[in-house]
Every structure is written in C-alpha cells, then in structure tokens.
Write a protein that binds this ligand. Sequence first.
Ligand SMILES: NC(=O)c1ccc[n+]([C@@H]2O[C@H](COP(=O)([O-])OP(=O)(O)OC[C@H]3O[C@@H](n4cnc5c(N)ncnc54)[C@H](O)[C@@H]3O)[C@@H](O)[C@H]2O)c1
Length: 270
Amino acid sequence: MGRLDGKVAVITGGGRGQGRAHAVTLAAEGADIVICDAPGDIATIEYGMATAEDMQETVRLVEKAGRRCVAVEADVRDTADMARLAERTMDELGRVDALVCNAGVMSAADSTWELTDDQWRDMLDVNVTGVWKVCRAIVPHMIAGKRGGAITITGSTGGLRSVAGCTHYNVAKHGCIALMRTLAWELAPEMIRVNVVHPTGVNTEMSNNEWFAQWIQEHDRLAGPMRGNLMPVDVVQPEDVSKMIAFLVSDDARYVTGTEVRVDAGFMLK
Ligand SMILES: NC(=O)c1ccc[n+]([C@@H]2O[C@H](COP(=O)([O-])OP(=O)(O)OC[C@H]3O[C@@H](n4cnc5c(N)ncnc54)[C@H](O)[C@@H]3O)[C@@H](O)[C@H]2O)c1
C-alpha cells in the first residue's frame, strides 16, 4: 500500500533531474505518472535541456516501479502544448490528482543591468509563466474530478532571499510564491491544496554543468555567499526534494496549503 495508490500525478520537466526523481518516488507510492519535457535547446540557456532519450529513461524507471508512465513532449511556455498535455493525461489515465510544477532553467549575468531582453524573457517564460500555463491547463480537470488534489511548485532559496547575478531567476521564483498563494485561495473550496518547495542547491544538471562551474569560478564575489549550507553538505540529492513532494501531495498533508517548505539543509539561516 502506497500513499498515492490509484492516483495520477503530472510532472513538468520530468525528463531528468528532480523531475525524474519525483516521477520515480511518486510511482513508488502508487501513482501513475505523466511527464512532460521539452527537448531542444533554449538560446539563452548555456546547458542542454533533457532529450527524448532522457524522457524514455524516466518512463523505464517508473515502469520498473510497477506504474504506468505517459511521456509527452510539451513546452511549458506553449499554451497549445499544455492543452495537449492535459488532453493526453485525461485520454490515457482519466484523472489528475497531483500536479508537480518542476520544469525550470537557469542563466546568469554579471549584474541586473547587464541582463539581455532575451535572457529576461526566456527565464520568466519558463520559470513562472510556464507554471501558470500548466496550472491553467490542468486545474479545470482537477476541479471537474471532484476529488480534491494537490499542486506543488518548485521554488528555490533564490526565490526567498535572492542571489546576485540572477535577478531574473529570483524574480521568477518569487513570482511562484504569489502564484501559489493566489491558487491556494482560489482552490481551497475545491479541496485542492497548493504549496511551494524551496530547495537549496541540488545535484542535477542545472547546477552541475560546465558553464555554471566556470561562471562560479569567474564570479567569486557574487557566487561566494551562495556556497555552502548550514549542514555540512554542498548540495542535496533530487530524492530529498522528492520525499517532501510525496508528503505534500499525499493525504498525510491533507490540511497543508498556502505554505512554503524549505529543503535547504539550513541554508536560509546562514
Ligand atoms: N539544481 C538546483 O540547484 C536547484 C536549486 C533550487 C531549485 N531548483 C529548481 O528545481 C527545478 C528542477 O530543476 P533540476 O535541478 O532538476 O534541473 P534540470 O535542468 O536537470 O531539470 C529541469 C528540467 O526542466 C526541463 N525544462 C526546461 N525548460 C522546459 C520547458 N520550457 N518546458 C518543459 N520542460 C522544460 C528540462 O529539459 C529539464 O528536464 C527547477 O524549477 C529549478 O529552478 C534547482
């Protein structure tokens, strides 16, 4: 018996990293899974996105855990793609109980005034507008199901205290909190809960790629304060975040809504 037996979870950015860990963890709790991801590079993002093969690997791992997994190539920035994601979910699995808004990107600049229009636009489009777009597509199906449900949005410690060099990331992640609070108000009567999880650095491609390593090296004054947590770990693992999300979307958290939870090894107390 899992905490999510018989339920269906939709996860954005499920091709790799935290999204993949969420898929496998929620499947182990009994949920069938729908992942979306958007293979293909984004011009202002200096590391690659997940590939179609990455998405298939998530499918394999979910199936190994004994659950179904539908993989949909869909970009959270694209309204039609999000409508198609909702349609595939309902056609193939017939319901949605949990929505995990996880897809995100990272870029940086030497300062707020040196960011380009394109960097700003791509960041806001993926990291906050994309969250709104997937909610807009999926929420009506959650309401129509009349079974309640739960939404989690992946924030960041950058969305709480901001870090130098990525003002657009900070703005987007702060925006996710506003989105969460508004949705929590609107969806409480439907017994649909909405929360944000704020991870510190996580061991995934986003923080563990050649471009970011070099950026950190070249921007010690900006990056220095970002480094290190209160607890003696450099980064947490994707599964550490997944376990919090599994709790939040389960009935164990049935009256938890409108909140933010940090999985940050104490980073915010520094
Ligand atoms: N890695 C960290 O240190 C860290 C820290 C705090 C918060 N976060 C947040 O965690 C979330 C997951 O990131 P991750 O660490 O797993 O990194 P990741 O780069 O491994 O995974 C992000 C996933 O989102 C997908 N994606 C990107 N743009 C998309 C789009 N437009 N449409 C659909 N999918 C898209 C990518 O292809 C990738 O599979 C992000 O929201 C990120 O901002 C990450």
